[in-house]
Design a binder for this molecule. Sequence first.
Ligand SMILES: *Cc1c(COP(=O)(O)O)cnc(C)c1O
Length: 412
Amino acid sequence: MKRSSANGSVGTNRIPLLDLITPHRELQDELHAVLIKALSTASFVGGPMVEEFENAFSAFCDVRHCIGVNSGTDGVRFALIAAGVRPGDAVVTVPNTFIASVEAISQAGAHPVFVDVDPRTYNMDHWKLEDLLENACEKDESTGMVLTKKGKHRVAAIVPIHLFGQPADMDPILQLAERFGIKVIEDACQAHGAKYFSRRESRWRTAGSMGHAAAFSFYPGKNLGACGEAGAVTTNDPELAALVRMLRDHGQTQKYYHAVEGYNGRLDSIQAGFLSCKLRHLENWNALRRSAAQRYNEMIAAADARIVAPFEPSWSQAVYHLYVVQVEDRSAVGRDLAAANIGTGIHYPVPLHLQEAYAHLGHERGDFPVTERAAERILSLPMFPTLAEADQQRVVDALVQTTSSVVTDAAV
Ligand SMILES: *Cc1c(COP(=O)(O)O)cnc(C)c1O
């Protein structure tokens, strides 16, 4: 009760979780030109604007092929199918991600199998992946395939998520995948331009270029966002790329000749044109996000409050799609920040293994304790390229005030 009166700063400007207005105002003329061009040529699906974006984005990601699709969800699904995932297979991922990663797996007909995450990076824990492959799976000696002991599903793919814009620790994941003969599809939907230092290759690599294929989302709020729905698959494998091209367009090899049954999963020309404009600014926007994250880190370190800042390993250059802290009594903190006119989010409040939609997988609370604990403590703070330092200070001050009152309340 004390708390709400202390933070009732009515009349202060709102600091949103995400500012989608400013970049569109700044790029207004360029974006209008795209629209006029599309209307005057009536080229709305496919065509040169899509190809132009695909070429630019594959160069940005340092891969040979980029295939524009309808959404990130389609991207993950098409990449899995094109990589050879078949109905009845098992696909390994983590339970703390957006549901789309898991929908893509089950809608490719496969069984999602979860491994828990690392408590500091929130990304796939490769030790737990190794434990799963060594102890919960077995090798079929006649075929050489790795099967889950439970259900005898062939483990066909691993889907690491580069959550919040930070790459998963790919070296050990790729090594395990090689050892067990499994494909790796990166979910790079939050990680456009993130970098990972591969210790085994002694070089920085770009998110979306490390697995057999990767999926990106250009949902408006992502670091590179369309003005509607859009996504992409990236890969260095020409055959996989050709298959994704077919899958996105009803399985066509040429008009009305369908080699396989596909989907309506194409990228709009207008969205591709918008994305090409915005892609030219992405490196700068990501650098601004990294600077904002650095400022938050310093402010939080100086505050000496019970706030856990994000952890960025030396091998990671995260692009801070989200800036996620951990606090005690998260719901009270979120309420107090809302009262101080500060937008926050929770990514994500309910781990996927505890979602009603996945009750049939038969999991219970306690199965993935690291994910479950994080889900109760994480809070996403305002994060976008033009976030001002003074606003960040206001966010951290409000956080300090509410977290110290939480401690006081607990002590009473
Ligand atoms: C946004 C997102 C997706 C899905 O992308 P859509 O374009 O919304 O379909 C998949 N995985 C993750 C981790 C995401 O953040």
